[in-house]
Design a binder for this molecule. Structure first.
Ligand code: SF4
Length: 287
């Protein structure tokens, strides 16, 4: 990995913004370049996390539109949305915003497997190699739904039978059928869609589309295992990991979500947050 690439990748994933996007987009994947150099350090994948700073979200939905453009999902389906609810009584009213997407759950504390992966009958499948930023290999198994060593919950349509078990298993309603996509193993059914954290961009050192577009910088994405990343600094400042029962959605589900919220106005305690995902107010499914 050249110093130039290394610096640019670091800047992008620490949320340096749109200025470096064009430069970063043309770079080779970090892992492949580093792999040529070898090295002896123990393989360690990043641990991607997203921090939603609710002080900064203005409900513009640029994130929803950027995601829609990136994934081209059908009408009526979104991979990330911003919920809102009017609270209080006139004239003392407020309208908090609550952006949501797949939580890329680490999985419950007993077995570390997210419910969507656990319920997928087409997992595990082939052995794969994940190349870490320092060029090391980590082996893992893919499937129709699987967890990559960097914690991203991804899907492969080639294995998908369109059974919909992952959609039912997700307590956050973060998955939906993609009516434009036939399931790879059963062409009478549809495949699924969900947020992938823009893995295709991250692997090239570029932040997810929703993070890149957010004018308020309300979404911050980065490596939680890097103490110098912006997400780690925010996690430390706001106790996001230590107090995850207060900083994540549906902590009672014990899925260990990797989306954290800076929430001084206690939006996560509103009626909206309690019902979000539980009914159609979470619009990844239907609008
Ligand atoms: Fe799976 Fe749902 Fe958790 Fe995403 S939010 S990892 S789809 S259980």
């Amino acid at each position: 990995m050249s110093d130039k690439f290394s610096a640019t990748r670091r800047q992008m994933l620490k949320g340096a913004g749109a200025a470096g996007l064009a430069a970063a987009a043309s770079l080779v994947p970090a892992g492949h370049a580093a792999a040529k150099r070898g090295g002896r350090s123990k393989a360690k994948a990043p641990r991607w996390a997203m921090v939603f700073d609710l002080r900064r979200c203005v409900g513009c939905r640029a994130c929803t539109v950027a995601c829609k453009a990136e994934y081209d999902v059908p009408l009526g389906v979104w991979n990330t949305v911003v919920n809102e609810e009017m609270v209080g009584r006139y004239p003392d009213t407020k309208k908090p915003f609550l952006p949501v997407r797949c939580n890329h759950c680490a999985g419950n504390r007993a077995d570390g497997v997210p419910p969507c992966v656990k319920d997928c009958p087409e997992y595990p499948k082939q052995r794969q190699k994940y190349i870490t930023p320092d060029g090391k290999k980590i082996r893992y198994r893919d499937g129709a739904t699987y967890k990559r060593p960097d914690g991203l919950i991804l899907y492969k349509n080639e294995y998908c039978t369109g059974c919909g078990k992952c959609i039912k298993a997700c307590p956050y309603g973060a998955r939906a059928f993609n009516k434009r996509l036939k399931a790879g193993k059963d062409s009478t059914k549809n495949g699924i869609t969900k947020c992938t954290s823009c893995a295709h961009r991250i692997d090239k050192g570029v932040v997810p589309a929703c993070v890149n577009i957010c004018p308020g910088r309300a979404r911050v994405f980065g490596d939680l295992s890097d103490p110098n990343s912006e997400v780690s600094k925010l996690a430390k400042e706001f106790n996001l990991v230590k107090e995850r029962d207060k900083t994540t959605l549906l902590p009672g589900e014990d899925t260990v979500p990797m989306n954290f919220y800076i929430d001084p106005n206690k939006v996560l305690k509103t009626k909206m947050a309690k019902k979000v995902y539980k009914d159609d107010s979470f619009k990844c499914k239907v609008n």
